[in-house]
Design a protein around this ligand. Structure first.
Ligand code: MLT
Ligand code: ZN
Length: 460
């Protein structure tokens, strides 16, 4: 690809903002994985849908690969541009397009941050309930591309549940209006759902109609210390049976150590191997129910200690411990695993995997945390200082192969919410059958015949 053909793009879209400075190529060519050296051709920052269509049509004519780009907070390399691709950043398309009080929907451009979506919903007395720590930087388009989950899935489900309609530029530049905000629509294949989680390989999401809902009732936040991993599932079952949970998250003492070193405040004294942050509806009876559940947990030896937040500030401080983990680990260049299982399969799987990781990673620091109430574990392996990035990743990949085999036997998934991207594409076959992958490739071929949308992501 040459500057001459970029000139063709400029001639076609004279008002298109295009960046080619090395600093911009580096900034827009990477995501939070930091594993690949960014090397995009250029960065296009369209201002509207027509410009997105123009870019995709031009890319088709010129055979240029396009990497759709949101907030680039992804952890699987899904937004990496390391091979001369054109990065198509939706960042300037970040406005609310409309609110419908009757339908209770908010229509937005794909480049809005999740935080801005939350604020916009709040202005109408409603909420968009998908939430997670990267809310200030990630974009709603990126959330849709990965079917993002986060900390409220136990109560509200994944992004998929909240998308009433999508406007998408397909691989040939054609504009698709998918589902148009309908609640019921039994008229054939649901292409909207196909787009959700497709990691920018089928089309570029340019606008979305989001369902909103009533604000959650007042809640309480509790931090619990647990003596072992088996207790995690016992406490989860106990709390779920007595309270209406809004979140149920866990982390280990290793995660706590990192997050405390990063500025979070200790809320429970002593050494405990496991912790849970849980949030639940706080109606009149729930305070008693929570305390009763806590007592039962203590009596059974499943809970060692706990605190309940007495104010919003305390609740926020407890959440900061959980939500600060990713940032506190980032300097250690963690190798990330984002796996999921049916909740019923977790106890057996956890037993097996604890043994496996203990054996295979005897000298590495392994940090466990995540959305245990959804069956979603984040297993982060930290790079020892004496190992190069390359050697470290190579060693981790060997273990991931074993992890993937174990997951397959237990019916789990190699990616719960981060996506496959580049990082996990070698393991797609542990979660999807050959027949499924063949069909997925066929779908890709239909939407993007020239294979120019986010090539190399999802499939090896
Ligand atoms: C989180 O839940 O904090 C992130 O999805 C996990 C991670 O950073 O691996
Ligand atoms: Zn997560």
């Amino acid at each position: 690809m040459t500057d001459a053909s970029l000139a063709g793009l400029v001639a076609r879209l004279p008002h298109l903002r295009l960046l080619t400075e090395p600093g911009d190529l580096e900034h827009y060519g990477r995501d939070w994985t930091r594993r690949w050296t960014p090397a995009p051709l250029a960065i296009a920052l369209p201002a509207d849908v027509a410009e997105v269509q123009g870019i995709v049509r031009w890319a088709n004519e010129q055979g240029v690969a396009v990497v759709p780009s949101g907030g680039r907070t992804g952890l699987s390399g899904g937004a990496v541009a390391a091979n001369g691709e054109l990065v198509l950043s939706l960042e300037r398309m970040n406005r609310v397009l409309g609110f419908d009080a009757v339908d209770r929907t908010l229509t937005v451009q794909a480049g809005m941050t999740l935080h801005a979506v939350h604020e916009a919903a709040k202005e109408h007395g409603l909420i968009y309930p998908v939430d997670f720590a990267a809310r200030g930087s990630c974009s709603i388009g990126g959330n849709i591309a990965t079917n993002a989950g986060g900390i409220r899935v136990i109560r509200y489900g994944n992004t998929r549940e909240w998308i009433a309609g999508l406007t998408v530029v397909a691989g040939n530049g054609e504009l698709l209006q998918l589902n148009r905000g309908l609640i019921k629509n039994s008229s054939g294949y649901d292409l909207r759902q196909l787009m959700i989680g497709s990691e920018g390989t089928l089309g570029v999401v340019v606008e979305a109609t989001l369902r909103l809902t009533d604000p959650a009732p007042p809640s309480q936040v509790m931090l619990l210390a647990l003596p072992n991993m088996d207790a995690l599932m016992e406490v989860f079952a106990l709390f779920r049976s007595r309270l209406t949970l809004q979140a149920f998250e866990f982390f280990t003492d290793v995660a706590l150590r990192h997050v405390l070193a990063h500025g979070a405040q200790r809320a429970i004294d002593g050494d405990h191997p496991y912790y849970v942050v849980t949030e639940f509806d706080a109606d009149e009876s729930s305070q008693d129910a929570a305390l009763a559940a806590f007592e039962v947990g203590l009596d059974h030896g499943w809970i060692s200690d706990g605190v309940i937040a007495q104010s919003e500030a305390q609740a926020a401080a407890l959440w900061r411990v959980r939500e600060g983990i990713t940032e506190s680990l980032a300097p250690h260049k963690p190798y990330k695993n984002d796996i999921s299982l049916r909740i019923s399969a977790l106890p057996d799987f956890l037993h097996e995997i604890q043994g496996l990781l203990g054996r295979e990673y005897p000298h590495f620091e392994v940090v466990w945390f995540g959305h245990i109430g959804d069956g979603n574990l984040h297993i982060n392996v930290l790079r020892p200082e004496h190992l190069s990035d390359g050697d470290f990743i190579a060693q981790c990949e060997l273990v991931t192969k074993l992890l993937a085999d174990t997951l397959q036997r237990h019916g789990g998934s190699i990616s719960a919410e981060h996506g496959i991207g580049l990082v996990k594409r070698a393991y797609l076959g542990s979660t999807r059958s050959e027949a499924e992958i063949a069909l997925m490739r066929g779908v890709k071929q239909v939407f993007d015949p020239k294979g120019l949308l986010n090539p190399g992501k999802l499939f090896g």
